[in-house]
Design a protein around this ligand. Sequence first.
Ligand SMILES: Nc1nc2c(c(=O)[nH]1)N[C@H]1C(S)=C(S)[C@@H](COP(=O)(O)OP(=O)(O)OC[C@H]3O[C@@H](n4cnc5c(=O)[nH]c(N)nc54)[C@H](O)[C@@H]3O)O[C@H]1N2
Ligand SMILES: Nc1nc2c(c(=O)[nH]1)N[C@H]1C(S)=C(S)[C@@H](COP(=O)(O)OP(=O)(O)OC[C@H]3O[C@@H](n4cnc5c(=O)[nH]c(N)nc54)[C@H](O)[C@@H]3O)O[C@H]1N2
Ligand code: SF4
Ligand SMILES: [Mo]
Length: 758
Amino acid sequence: MGVSETGAERIAYRTCPLCEATCGLAITLKDEQVLQIRGDKDDVFSKGFICPKGTTLKALHEDPDRLRKPLIKRNGEHVEVSWQEAWQEVERGLMQVINTYGRDSVGTYVGNPNAHNLAPLLYNRTWMQALGTTKHFSASSVDQLPKQIASGYMFGSATSVAIPDLDRTDYVLMLGANPYVSNGSLCTAPDFPGRLEAMRARGGKLVVVDPQRTRSVEKSDEWLAIRPNGDAFLLAAIAHTIINNGRADVGDHLRLHTAGFDELPAALKAFSPEAVANVTGIEAQTIRRVAMELCDAPTALVYGRIGTTTVSFGTTASWLVDVINIITGNLDKVGGVMFTLPAAGGQTTRGKPGRGKGFRIGNRFSRVRGFPEAIGEFPAALMAEEILTEGPGQIKAMVTMAGNPVLSTPNGQQIERAFESLDFMISVDIYLNETTRHANVILPPPSHLERSHYDMIFTSFSVRNVANYSAPVLERKSGDPDEWQILAKLAGIAQGYGADIDPAVVDDHIFNSLLEKFLKDELSQIHGRDEREIREEIDSSGARGPERILDLLLRTGPYGDAYGANPKGINLQTLKNQPHGMDFGPLMPRIPEVLRTPSGKIELAPAEIVADLIRLENALDDFDVEEFLLVGRRHLRSNNSWMHNIETLVKGATRCTLQMHPDDAHQIGISDGEKARISSRVGTLDVFVEITKNIRPRVVSLPHGWGHNLVGTKMNIASAVSGVNTNVLTDEEQMDPLSGNAVLNGIPVKILAVATPL
Ligand SMILES: Nc1nc2c(c(=O)[nH]1)N[C@H]1C(S)=C(S)[C@@H](COP(=O)(O)OP(=O)(O)OC[C@H]3O[C@@H](n4cnc5c(=O)[nH]c(N)nc54)[C@H](O)[C@@H]3O)O[C@H]1N2
Ligand SMILES: Nc1nc2c(c(=O)[nH]1)N[C@H]1C(S)=C(S)[C@@H](COP(=O)(O)OP(=O)(O)OC[C@H]3O[C@@H](n4cnc5c(=O)[nH]c(N)nc54)[C@H](O)[C@@H]3O)O[C@H]1N2
Ligand code: SF4
Ligand SMILES: [Mo]
């Protein structure tokens, strides 16, 4: 069970749920108190690596501000109530809005921690469908959506993201990512820094493209200090150079599996290194050299993250990353970028291999701006206008699930106004914070240590094929629902079954439909098997809730035992017996089987993206070098907006500063530690300035996730450190038109010195 006894003390093993690195933790307990949290040196993947956040699961569990009981807002104040009362309020408020305005008047916002949490991964779909609305939003569209859209067009599925084969590569061109701080994203690799260092130690080279001299830059061989939003131009010029030098070659392994290769020269014609030098701020000869280095290295890969996706050319840049990986022969090749084969929940581990319906957006369009839906949701940048704009279909109620859009999505003040105007709002969350303070009902799940864990998302994006199940470390207080029970109950209430609906009924329904689907599916490992025999085996395990579903997914997955048909295969019990995880080895080639495009080929020149290149071309000379551009940054001791209530993570000097180059500070007439007034089209902030040479002139940087000084929250430590909300400055009208992702980097701003605060 992931637990070993040593006298009165015991050690429980658990995967850290805080970031994508999925480090194994060894948690020492005595009398159900956590004594210590260390890295699990026997973890098959992380081998003991841990960052300062991993140990704070104890503080998070013990945080007196973490909600233990549901809250209801009465006369403007949140008061603790029983679960029974909370559910009655949910039913009353939700059904009233649905009965008055219809189901499409309910909106949902699903935040980042959902991706790190088994219960929502298995139950979110159900309650979101049960609401019967089309108004879904999530943190995807302030993050990685452009990468998913580009991958969708190229490989046929929005979850087929090509992952850097970090441990075997000789060359990494990394754009807009700072894994020394973030520990990596869309590339699950515990001890990402150590893996990069190992690459350099074996003679490899790391080139980092970033307007800031980050920690990752400091540890690299070369820094290309790009102008914000310059990546699509830079990558286009690199691809252009490779093609024009006759070096473009997809490799024998992809020869029969690519389409659109011949369209690339014309599509990228305008983007010579000389043409992009000004807009990128990178010299033509440097671009040429890097292009040739990518071709000459035995193996090489391009990896782009937040700085390449949260910009107005996010989808184009994401596409070009893989175009270069493909035309240098490095896609689906050891040391290049490859596709993970996850043990459970992988979309391309089911269905017909090698061909599919392909990917498209625009199954419906948003009410106010007429913007297309993508992957079943609308851009978060559209959420406020959908709430604030009157008329049929207006959102009147919201459900937020582990999300803090007030601090994390553009134009935070507009989001605030929107939430304040709602008839009803439900938040499933562990804190009373900037977003949930607007909720009529807050439903708190148990702490991270009181629930089981399996990384169903990040095992699909990892640099090795691994699986690791963690049992709950501590027992839940009796009577408190588990997170899956909260979500299942929400689904039942939304479907009109009332506040007393037993979540187990919903759970049975989810499980039964999944099992029936697999039994009927000709391509499933259990197609046509005797249902009774399989059910008997399932019932004998006694599992319910997420465990039962996970077991089904594992057993019918690529490494599964298929309920006996594959005796060497795994099931949940196999994972329970291996508390340090299972390693199925390094990534293996998956082309063409992984593809789901209608052509059965990799689409190198998707029409939607090629058609938009004219916008890139028009932008070549359409910029003002004197303009200040705002970018973000992360800190090792922060986790987006929600871990600032942990004392050890926020102590010391304030980190929420506006970093600025000395030349710019001099020109504005501002000194280190003084306040600047920074304004954009939508907002203004006063913030302390930190002068540093580690940033490109005319670029300023402010971290996101701060601004905890709002009335009506209950996060005592966070409120004391406060900081400012950078998303007061980001603009809901600026989006990547191909994906709807918000532009959070490269925001045009004006900066003044201020003598007195706002
Ligand atoms: N300017 C700017 N803005 C950004 C970014 C940026 O780089 N710059 N980054 C963007 C990115 S990449 C992301 S992912 C988003 C994140 O955006 P969000 O997901 O909206 O915000 P988080 O800060 O992750 O807030 C998570 C919420 O979940 C709650 N929570 C934590 N754990 C649990 C749990 O186990 N269960 C439940 N029910 N609730 C829980 C927390 O209390 C908090 O309210 O921010 C984006 N915003
Ligand atoms: N400690 C910590 N770890 C985290 C998080 C956290 O908040 N704190 N958040 C987690 C989440 S949700 C995510 S999505 C990941 C993100 O992980 P990363 O993608 O590694 O994110 P950042 O550390 O923000 O690095 C983004 C970099 O892009 C640069 N940048 C900004 N604009 C541009 C541009 O136009 N071009 C280029 N080339 N670079 C640009 C910024 O200067 C910054 O250095 O981190 C995860 N891990
Ligand atoms: S790197 Fe990420 S997964 Fe590892 S301990 Fe830190 S927060 Fe947890
Ligand atoms: Mo993110």
